[in-house]
Every structure is written in structure tokens, then in C-alpha cells.
Write a protein that binds this ligand. Structure first.
Ligand code: KIV
Length: 281
């Protein structure tokens, strides 16, 4: 097993190999994703929506991010592990930003942090990179700007907005970002940015020409069949599978069919503790 680092991701872009990345929020899914061979895992502040049930990511706290990052880090041994800096931790001062990034790495076990925004955040990015923490940028639809953007709306449309986004991407690379997420922008613009940047781009709703792709894992797994943004492909229907499994369980409990007698702990073959070995007290 060779650990994926920011150097691996750069080498993948240089070699034209696409990077596969997903979000994860807990140890069980993170272990499955790591074992499946994903290159990178993001503990995204999207957990505010899919785990905590908020309408957006704004209420997520640094303590929330630390809790989930620690859980994921315990299971991830191969993939590169990134954690989101949540809203409010890097918008006020560089000192706040460095302190929050240090906590995600030192206490959470993240190997890099991600933050949203363009040229305005160059001083913050430079300060975190100076503290030896790799920074992933995030441009286009930046969910922490939910109120400013007026909702989840495609970004970078039109010549002027596209030019500004490309300039922002170049500014992030210059500031020391090792990769940039491009969210919900036209595919042609994502292709242009990917072609101009030396560092990898990771797309979500940004077409096929990015250096890699990321999805929110709950979306890919179909855990909420009522929510399917245009760019999401459901690779499984775990929402339906979960509802069906729970309905079967409930029916068997009500019918007295589960647990079956053979599976009862009264069965001498089933032990709660392993049998004592020779020499055990
Ligand atoms: O929080 C998140 O899950 C993200 C990805 C969608 C890129 O930022």
C-alpha cells in the first residue's frame, strides 16, 4: 500500500491520470472508500446537510469538523485526507485561519485543509501554507456563500465571470494551493482552467475535463432518492435498499420471525465471549 500524498496527486495530473475523490464523514464509510482505492477523501462541511440535516453548510462548527475528521482519519490509511475549514474560521483573520487549520491537522488527523474563495483569500492561504499545511482551494459555486450567491446557482457563466474565475484559479495556484475544487461551472471553463493550471483541478458539476472528480458520498450511493442534482450520478440505490431492509426487519420482529430460535443466545453454539483457552484464569 503506497500512501497518497499531495505529490502523488500532482504526479497523477502530470501523467494525465484522473483523480477519484469522495466525501466521508464517519469511520465505516471511510474504511470502505479507502479500501476501494480512492485517491483522496474529503471530510466536507456538506456534513451540515447530509449528516446534521441543515439546509446549508453555514452552521457547521470547527468542533463538528474535528469530530468527523477524527472518525474518518481512524479508518483512512492510503487515501490523501482533506478536511474543510468551516464557515467563520478563516473569513475574519489569518490568525484564526492558521489556528483552525492547525487543529484540523494536529487533533483531527487531516493532511490538508480546503477553503472556499478566490483572490480575496490569498493572504489566508499563504499564511496556512507558511504553517506547512497544504491548502486545497474551492471556486465556482462555493456553498458557504449561499446567501451571497442567492442559493445554489451555476457560476462562471458569461465572458467576464469566466475570466474572473480563471484569474482567481491562477491566484490560488500562485498563493500555494496544491489543488482546486471547481464546483458547478460550465464544462468548457473547467477545461480551460485545468489546461492553464499546473496543479490538479477536482470537479463537481464541472464536466469531464478536470484532473479529478469529487461527489458527496451520500449522493453517489443514492441515500436520499429525493435529492439528485443534475450533475450527480447515483452508482447505487442504498436509500431504497435501506428502507427495504428496515421494512423486512420490522415485519419479522412483528411476526416473531426474528430472532429465529437457532440464533438465540440460548443456543450453546453461540457464545458472547470466546471459550477460555488453556492457561486462562
Ligand atoms: O463540503 C463538501 O462536500 C464539498 C464538496 C462538495 C466539494 O465541498
Amino acid at each position: 500500500m503506497k500512501k497518497v500524498t499531495i505529490r502523488t496527486l500532482q504526479a497523477m495530473k502530470d501523467a494525465g491520470e484522473r483523480i477519484g475523490m469522495l466525501t466521508a464523514y464517519d469511520a465505516t464509510f471511510a474504511r470502505l472508500f479507502d479500501q476501494a482505492g480512492l485517491d483522496a477523501i474529503l471530510v466536507g462541511d456538506s456534513l451540515g446537510m447530509v449528516v446534521q440535516g441543515h439546509p446549508h453548510t453555514l452552521p457547521v462548527t470547527l468542533d463538528d469538523m474535528l469530530y468527523h475528521t477524527r472518525a474518518v482519519a481512524r479508518s483512512v490509511h492510503r487515501a490523501h485526507l482533506v478536511a474543510d475549514l468551516p464557515f467563520g474560521t478563516y473569513q475574519v483573520s489569518r490568525e484564526d485561519a492558521v489556528r483552525a487549520a492547525v487543529r484540523l491537522v494536529a487533533e483531527g488527523g487531516a493532511e490538508a485543509v480546503k477553503l472556499e474563495g478566490g483572490r480575496d483569500f490569498v493572504p489566508v492561504i499563504e499564511a496556512i501554507v507558511r504553517a506547512s499545511i497544504p491548502v486545497m482551494g474551492h471556486l465556482g459555486l462555493t456553498p458557504q456563500s449561499f446567501h451571497k450567491l442567492g442559493g445554489y446557482v451555476v457560476q462562471g457563466r458569461g465572458e467576464e465571470k469566466a475570466r474572473r474565475l480563471l484569474e482567481d484559479a491562477l491566484a490560488l495556484e500562485e498563493a500555494g494551493c496544491y489543488a482546486v475544487v471547481l464546483e458547478s461551472i460550465p464544462a468548457e471553463l473547467a477545461a480551460q482552467v485545468t489546461g492553464r493550471l499546473r496543479i490538479p483541478t477536482i470537479g463537481i458539476g464541472a464536466g469531464p475535463s478536470c484532473s479529478g472528480q469529487i461527489l458527496v458520498c451520500y449522493d453517489l450511493l443514492g441515500l436520499d432518492p429525493s435529492f439528485t442534482p443534475r450533475f450527480v450520478k447515483r452508482f447505487a440505490e442504498l436509500g431504497q435498499a435501506t428502507s427495504a431492509a428496515v421494512a423486512r426487519y420490522l415485519a419479522e420482529v412483528r411476526a416473531g420471525a426474528f430472532p429465529a430460535t437457532a440464533h438465540s443466545f440460548a443456543d450453546p453454539e453461540i457464545r458472547l465471549v470466546p471459550p477460555a483457552k488453556d492457561g486462562d484464569e
